[in-house]
Design a protein around this ligand. Structure first.
Ligand code: HEM
Length: 176
């Protein structure tokens, strides 16, 4: 029930998947609209953005450990081998991307000498000393990673819907 089986996801993987999906999509939308908001509203959203991003970092380490510890379900053989390989590659690409995304945000905040608090509970240490060039670098990295993630999330959702509704493999059910 809690563990994955060779054919389906267990509760732990399902909860981690949907929490990360909610947080990442929320932060992508929030991050992209934030720039056009008045400073007061941006100032209210930014601490939530940072806290949710750090939560994604922690959840991704938990997810990686869980996956390494008990494996993951195989894709059905009804799906052609080439598509299965592509799907695996796509799923694997989420891991470095979802770890680098919050890390680059944390680095950017540190280089800008800004505080990163975790939902107001405690402050995280600054990763690097204030530095304008590094702030620019990590700002650009955060933006490039965000667009890479938008592309990957779009392909991921499109592929899941295609296999579920058009090919009839009912893959989405395994994650519900
Ligand atoms: C899953 C995690 C995260 C996602 C998906 C995400 C997404 C985004 C996006 C889409 C933007 C707008 C980028 C642009 O303007 O091109 C942004 C901006 C920003 N994010 Fe994140 N972010 C995440 C985590 C974090 C974390 C953990 C921090 C800090 C601790 C952070 C700090 C910032 C800051 C300071 C900006 C404004 C950048 C600037 O003004 O140049 N983000 N984020």
């Amino acid at each position: 029930m809690h563990n994955d089986t060779p054919y389906s996801y267990g509760n732990v993987s399902k909860i981690l998947h949907w929490l990360v999906a909610l947080f990442v999509i929320g932060n992508l939308i929030g991050g992209l609209v934030m720039e056009d908001l008045p400073p007061e509203l941006r100032g209210m959203i930014m601490p939530v953005h940072k806290s949710v991003g750090i939560a994604v970092l922690v959840l991704m380490f938990v997810r990686s450990g869980w996956r390494a510890f008990q494996g993951f379900p195989k894709l059905p053989h009804a799906i052609p081998a080439r598509e299965r390989q592509l799907a695996r590659l796509g799923h694997l690409a989420f891991y470095p991307l979802l770890i680098l995304m919050p890390l680059s945000g944390w680095m950017l905040s540190s280089a800008a000498d800004r505080t990163t608090s975790f939902f107001g509970l405690f402050d995280l240490p600054r990763m690097i000393a204030p530095d304008l060039a590094l702030r620019e670098f990590f700002g650009a990295a955060h933006s490039v990673l965000a667009w890479g993630l938008v592309a990957l999330v779009t392909v991921h959702i499109a592929a899941a819907l295609y296999h579920h509704y058009i090919q009839g493999h009912k893959l989405i059910r395994r994650m519900l």
